[in-house]
Write a protein that binds this ligand. Sequence first.
Ligand code: HEC
Length: 232
Amino acid sequence: MTTHARGFLGSAALMVVALAALGGCRGTRSEDPPVHLQQNMDFQERGDAQEFNGFFADGRVMRKPPEGTVAVGLLKDDDHLYRGRNLDGTLADALPPAIKLDDKLLTRGEARYNIYCAPCHGQVGRGDGQATRRGGGMMPQPANLHLARLRPEPLGYFFNVISNGKGKMRSYKAQIPVEDRWAISAWVRTLQVSHDAKPGDAAAPAAAPSAPTAAPGAAPGPTPSAPKGATP
Ligand code: HEC
C-alpha cells in the first residue's frame, strides 16, 4: 500500500468515528451550559451600580474618587470669576476679565435681579419688595442696597452675598450661574449709582457728543436728556 493510500484510509476512518460520535449526540438534552472552549475574559467578577462588594472595607462597589479629583472642564481655579476675590484674597472691585460691561450684561443683570432679588429687596433695591408687604413683613428686613454701609462695598462683595448668602439671606449659588451673579452685581451697582445721582450726572455725558452738531449761535434750549418732570 502506498503512503498516499494509507493517509486516505486514515482520514476516512477518522471521519467515520467523528460522524458516529456526532450521531450519538442527537436527541440528547443537557441542562449544562454549552462547552466554552475559548474562554478569553468572557467570565469574570463584575460590580453593578449600588451593589455590595465584600472586596472593599466599606462594602460599596461604587468607589469615591480620590480626594481633590476634579472632573474635566470643571476646574474652577479663577478666584476672581468664581469667588469674586483677588489673588491676595481681598474682594475684587471689578468685573472679571471674561465678563464685559455692556448693555447686554446690564439688561441681563436687571432681568435676573427682578426675578431673584426684587421680590425681597424691591425693584430699585430699597429692601421693600413684594414679599416684605405680606403677612407682617420679614424679619430681619431685606437690606436696603442704598445704605451708606453697602454703597462703597466692592463689586465682589455683592457677588459673594449672592453666592454664599449673608446673615438670614440664603445662598443663590445653586440657582444663579456665575455669569448671571456678576450681571446682577453690576445691576446692583447701577441701582446704587443711579440712586445717588446728582442733577449734573445725567446731562454731562449727553451734552458732550451733541455739542459739535449744534449750529453756532443756536438758541440754548432745554437739555434733551433732562429727566421728564424734573424741575430745576
Ligand atoms: C427671600 C428674600 C431675599 C431674596 C430673594 C434676596 N435677599 Fe438679599 N437679603 C435678604 C435679607 C432678609 C437680608 C438681611 C440678612 C440679615 O441681615 O441677616 C438680605 C441682605 C442682603 C444684602 C446685604 C448684606 C449685608 O452686608 O448686610 C445684600 C447685598 C443682598 N441681600 C443682596 C441680594 C441680591 C443681589 C439678591 C438677588 C440675587 C438677594 N439679595 C436676594 C433677603 C433676600
